[in-house]
Design a protein around this ligand. Structure first.
Ligand code: SIN
Ligand code: MN
Length: 259
């Protein structure tokens, strides 16, 4: 699945690209069922909210077959290789739950800020590609992006280890105000099966989920192979050390699971 020139242009200007309906409902349902099974596992990779519900499942591609296949899906790998101009490896993989009623905030941040400070990833030649497994709406804690904020480079950030159960390098209010006043804030809401790609320096956040509906999203954080991390401070299941390039599977690698 190659991106066309208009899509590439939009990605470079806005710092993200929303691609509705890239996976069928059948494909996203297979993965959603697996996500609910994964959240029940008693493993260190499953991080919980203060309330006890699952917040995220790290590295699910390493212990779940369906998520393993998604981690090498050509509809996700090929556009990122196209943008980065090099083969990619999996730096991080997570399935975020944002559970009904209990899913908590993700503060304003840039992912590359964390990858650089904690993992010594040299350059922002890495990015997220996310797949919605539930419908994402205004009510269930959608991703919020500040368009164009990736142009500002890597911004000063403070290490927030208190607000949620997961530590994050977050931006201060003055920085977010300046950037959002210039670029606005967009929420790419849409149906299960939709995909969103975003630049490692794009400023983003998500509010708590006040609704009775879950908001499960899978994130592949893909990094150019030559730009691999240099420091192994965080757990292997959070910042991976297998720098081998991903070979994409066949396009029907998920749908064949339903057969
Ligand atoms: C993230 O920014 O890494 C996750 C945000 C979310 O899932 O809402
Ligand atoms: Mn993030």
């Amino acid at each position: 699945m190659k991106l066309d020139n208009d899509q590439l242009q939009r990605f470079h200007t806005e710092g993200f690209l929303y691609l509705p309906g890239r996976f069928s409902l059948a494909e996203s349902r297979i993965l959603l069922e697996e996500a609910h099974k994964v959240y029940q596992l008693d493993r260190p990779e499953i991080v919980h909210e203060a309330s006890g519900v699952a917040r995220t499942a790290f590295a699910a591609h390493t212990y779940n077959d369906a998520f393993g296949r998604l981690g090498a899906h050509p509809r996700l790998i090929e556009p990122v290789v196209q943008i980065l101009g090099e083969e990619v490896y999996m730096h991080q993989y997570k399935v975020n739950a944002k559970a009904a009623f209990d899913g908590e905030v993700w503060q304003w941040h840039q992912d590359f800020g964390t990858w650089h400070r904690d993992d010594q990833m040299p350059e922002p030649r890495a990015m997220n590609i996310a797949v919605y497994l539930d419908d994402v709406t205004a009510a269930n804690g959608p991703l919020l992006f500040i368009p164009g904020s990736h142009m500002d480079g890597t911004l000063p950030a403070g290490h927030d280890i208190e607000t949620t159960s997961y530590p994050l390098w977050t931006l201060d209010r003055a920085t977010v105000t300046r950037l959002a006043t210039a670029g606005g804030i967009e929420a790419p809401v849409g149906k299960a099966g939709s995909v969103v790609l975003f630049h490692g320096n794009l400023v983003h956040a998500s509010p708590p989920n006040i609704s009775p509906f879950g908001r499960t999203i899978v994130y592949l954080s893909l990094c150019a192979v030559s730009n691999h991390i240099r420091r192994y401070k965080r757990a292997e299941y959070i910042a991976h050390r297998d720098f081998r390039p991903i070979t994409p599977l066949a396009d029907d690698c998920l749908s064949e699971l339903a057969a």
